[in-house]
Design a protein around this ligand. Structure first.
Ligand code: TTP
Ligand code: MG
Length: 398
């Protein structure tokens, strides 16, 4: 089967998020970065780029070029939440995802576009899903390999969607300048130009890589292959996750049953949310309790139907806990879900469960947009107003 690789990259990511959340910034030059006199630009909206502002430029320089710009500090928590939301969408299509940064990933979509009318329709579908879920635009490239997919997503930015078909690899890259080869920086570009190579096609026309050795050393083969549109690197996807859990060591030991009850609800919420982000449902629910004398107990239960629901995690967690008949102060609590079932394309048989799932997804979406805790059940709200906790441990075992 022919391999197809997709590259997804959000447009002017941080700046677009700020424009999404502050409509008055739309259509205006927005610069996100460190605002001190030594700060640098993290990114600039396309309106600001027209004036010459770009990533890594000093803020002082940016202000010279764009005195009327809107200068903002980054809100990393929001960008992280959106990144997770985008990954969740990608996981609906394939588990073979290699994230490169918060706003960029490769996907191995081999065999997938059979479900669509071709690679273009597949790229359009992901782009639309990302737009619907986040209100943000991703540029997408689909091609026979990683190098070409990344090039394709970049070449028509912003709002690009480009497919490089099989058979057109070399032809597509031939007219481009040599700096478009992955890994060719300014230094190597100069050396190639000094040797008479300006376009990628000129490199591809060489009979073999040998002639490049004296110019680029051990990069010769890699560049010669890329110049002909060849790149065999696989998508290095994240290894399979086998369990997801959270545990917490408390600053002050817990004794109050109401507080402990609320903690279980907190764990259920946290773990359920992370399960949904990974598109996973688990059948085994385990709790861990450590006392102030360091004695540690674990209990687990296997349920019939795999779940990602906080209500179920809470109920089972509480049931396991109540059976322990505890009478000592507690130092640590934890909840873990494992034994995952495939959830791709599965729909719930029970209407009630579906509406619960829809509700959970809606809450996840709101949290991604406005930050964790925007929609909270009473118990979590109360908890959020308590003192800060210590040493949260966010586990993903593989
Ligand atoms: P990029 O994808 O390189 O840039 P971008 O998304 O802002 O714009 P586009 O893809 O449309 O060209 O980087 C993603 C985010 O990473 C960017 O929004 C801000 C951050 N970033 C930095 O903080 N410093 C940097 O030097 C770069 C390049 C990016
Ligand atoms: Mg980007």
């Amino acid at each position: 089967m022919r391999r197809w690789i997709m590259h997804v990259d959000m447009d002017a990511f941080y700046a677009s998020v700020e424009q999404r959340d502050n409509p008055e910034y739309r259509g205006r030059p927005v610069i996100v970065g460190g605002l001190s006199s030594r700060g640098v630009v993290a990114t600039a909206s396309y309106e600001a780029r027209k004036l010459g502002v770009h990533s890594a430029m000093s803020i002082v320089k940016a202000k010279e070029l764009c005195p009327d710009g809107i200068y903002l500090r980054p809100r990393f928590a929001v960008y992280h939440a959106i990144s997770e939301q985008v990954h969740e969408i990608m996981h609906r299509y394939t588990p073979y995802i290699e994230p490169l940064s918060l706003d960029e990933a490769f996907l191995d979509v081999t065999g997938l576009h059979g479900q669509f009318t071709g690679p273009y329709a597949l790229g359009k579908a992901i782009k639309d899903d990302i737009w619907k879920a986040t209100g943000l635009i991703a540029s997408v490239g689909v091609a026979p390999n990683k190098y070409l997919a990344k090039l394709a997503s970049d070449i028509k930015k912003p709002n690009g969607l480009v497919v490089i078909p099989y058979g057109q690899e070399a032809q597509f890259v031939a007219p481009l300048p040599v700096k478009r080869l992955w890994g060719v920086g300014r230094h190597m570009e100069k050396r190639l130009q000094a040797a008479g190579f300006y376009t990628i096609g000129q490199l591809a026309a060489l009979p073999h890589e040998g002639a490049l050795k004296s110019i680029v050393g051990n990069q010769a083969k890699r560049l010669y292959d890329m110049a002909r549109g060849i790149d065999e690197r696989p998508v290095e996807y994240e290894r399979q996750i086998h369990s997801i859990g959270n545990e917490l060591t408390y600053e002050h030991d817990l004794e109050d049953s109401e507080v402990i009850d609320r903690e279980w609800y907190y764990f259920a919420h946290k773990v359920a949310k992370r399960l949904r982000q990974h598109n996973l449902k688990g059948r085994t629910i385990a709790i861990k309790v450590r006392f102030n004398d360091f004695e540690t107990i674990s209990r687990q239960k296997r349920i019939e139907i795999a779940t990602d629901s906080e209500e179920t995690l809470y109920r089972v967690g509480m049931m396991l806990y109540n059976k322990l008949n505890i009478n000592k102060p507690i130092r640590l609590l934890g909840l873990t879900v494992s034994d995952f079932a495939e959830t791709w394309g599965q729909t719930s048989l029970f209407e009630e469960e579906t509406s619960q799932e829809d509700l959970a997804k809606a809450v996840d979406g709101l949290e991604a947009k406005f930050g964790e805790g925007i929609v909270m059940k009473g118990a979590l709200w109360e908890r959020a107003n308590q003192q800060k906790r210590e040493e949260e441990n966010h586990n993903e075992t593989i």
